[in-house]
Write a protein that binds this ligand. Sequence first.
Ligand code: ATP
Ligand code: MG
Length: 720
Amino acid sequence: MDDVTAILDPLNDAQREAVTAPAVPMLVLAGAGSGKTRVLVHRIAWLMQVEGVTPFGIMAVTFTNKAAGEMRGRIEQLIGGPAGSMWVGTFHGLAHRLLRLHCREAGLREGFQILDAEDQHRMIKRLLRAMEMDDGRWPPRQIQWFINARKDEGLRARHVADNDDPVQRQFIRVYHAYEEACERAGVVDFAELLLRAHELLRDNESILRHYQQRFRHVLVDEFQDTNAIQYAWIRLIAGKDGCPFIVGDDDQSIYGWRGAKVENLQRFQNEHPEHRVVRLEQNYRSTGTILRAANALITHNNDRLGKNLWTDGEEGEPVTLYAAYNERDEAQYVVESLRQYLRDGGARSDIAILYRSNAQSRVFEELLMAEAIPYRVYGGLRFFERQEIKDALAYLRLMANRDDDPSFERVVNVPTRGVGQRTVEQVRAQARADGSSLWKAAGELVNSGRISARAGSALTRFIDLINRMAEDSADLDLHEQVDHVIQVSGLYEHYGKEKGEKADARLENLDELVSAAQAYEPDPLEDELPPLASFLSHAALEAGEGQSDAWEECVQLMTLHSAKGLEFPLVFLTGLEDGLFPHQRSIQDPDGIQEERRLCYVGMTRAMRHLYLSYAESRRLHGSETYGVPSRFLAEIPADCLHEVRPRVQVSRPATLTGGGLAQAPVDGITLGSRVHHAAFGEGIVLNREGDGPQARVQVNFEGVGSKWLVLAYAKLESL
Ligand code: ATP
Ligand code: MG
């Protein structure tokens, strides 16, 4: 088969049209599973093998590291060789690369490090303290949000219009202080990567010209989720003559809450009058039933660009809907169903459990663990974000850049070495007075003698430790360097002293960090950077990846947001309760509800063959019990697509609780036909009763609310 056949054969006519389009700005607008990502990959192969574009001239952008990795893999498979110097990555990853290559022009020091969300939060808290602003009145999270949102809009502190709102004024003041602190420490947060890369190109004529000439082909996947600065970035690089090739789906725009602008799809069309649009309408991913259910749901949104998605695949089985009586029952049902799938010969990696918020993963994790089914949580507390790993990285970061204040604060007294809060406060004051980093201030304090002898010697021990580790490990390989630091810093011993499973897990993680360093291959395009600095950036950017090699053989748990772009033969979409999904925050706001509905659409359209939906009538989450109403989205799915499973009765019950007797008469007086009162639902009549002991549950028809299954142990029903 020749190259062209290999590229075009696996495509339908509309897909082919997009892949072979002449060099004009292109927009591929299409629904889920219609092959947008496939088209993008084949377009790249087409450019290289037919149009003769070199990999050097191509940039492809996606949203997650996983998607970027998959894309590179698929390109290499198609072109039958390495994609080499092609820039394939996430917005953040590519912005980071630009800044590394041109750090001087970008006003950054060599070896600058990346501040993740948690570091950023801590830094803002410290600033508030220094500015004597009470963090009860000025919530650091809100300020963090404010700063990032401004950066996403392309605004620095000095650009944010001063306004009369006293709260805003304070936020702007912190934003100023925050910028200075980052500058001094030589650190860059995630939003800053994008903003600074944009400024770099905007303000450096020659650099911009270089990249515009180089990247005549910029391809962007999931374009509906670009924010203002990402849009501006693409626009700059593509310039006047470039031919951006963008693919997206307005129905899958799910990051509005974080500044993404679905309007960018429209804007792209207005700003490129010569553009062409290709629409793809055939879905290759899901069964007819799954697609019909998802299509019906999304028609409840307004202002859609409108698409007609069909499939000629099989109808498939109905979508299963399970009404659980609580979150454990839901998890049990999910695990039982997936066990059945595995028994029938399915693979673990076929299975995804999706949920709205991270906290929901715990119950599934417990059950999967108990059943010894390997699983992996994707996007939860990621490997590189764990406490012990961040401690180890902080040491390494300080060795690479002594002015890294967040790292200094993090480990100056971990493990404890007698640097108390007061001493740290003195160091901070000194740093403020000198306008210097904490590291320099600490040295200054020790020399000046204006500090107690004990505190002075404790600080000196720390300074010596960092200097010594840097010196002693300078000639070691990266992983030996990491190992050296974990041992010599005392971290390993420190965490070894903790007891129990958690401590073991921490030590395992520290070992894993050494393995990660050993397996690490620096980005070939950044090879001037010392391996340690390069590894540290990787750790900040690619949190979570490189963790488990067994990833292919695991059941995958993730939030709906991180499932974007992926597909699985078997999908469980859980926690479909109003207040949870759609999320409480969005319920009052029509735009919010629409975004949640798109998120539900994204979730449903991940499924290829089997889709299970579930909700729980009561749920313990974040430590409190709530009674859920089934998600309004369920009512928007045509009944003939659904197969409703009645909640099952718990059959296995601990003998101690029941005394082994057969159906005992209820001692609570709540029998069929009795009138009861419930704190939230009001009065109703008991229609059904099942199970006993802690599992006992009743179905009650509440006036004006309808019928509900409730667990007696939680429902606190009053007999009337
Ligand atoms: P999403 O909106 O979820 O990102 P998408 O539009 O990017 O979806 P793809 O992931 O590219 O869709 O494709 C969905 C599935 O359909 C993939 O498994 C892909 O390999 C398959 N597919 C796409 N086009 C074709 C085709 N012409 N023939 C056969 N299979 C196809
Ligand atoms: Mg896709």
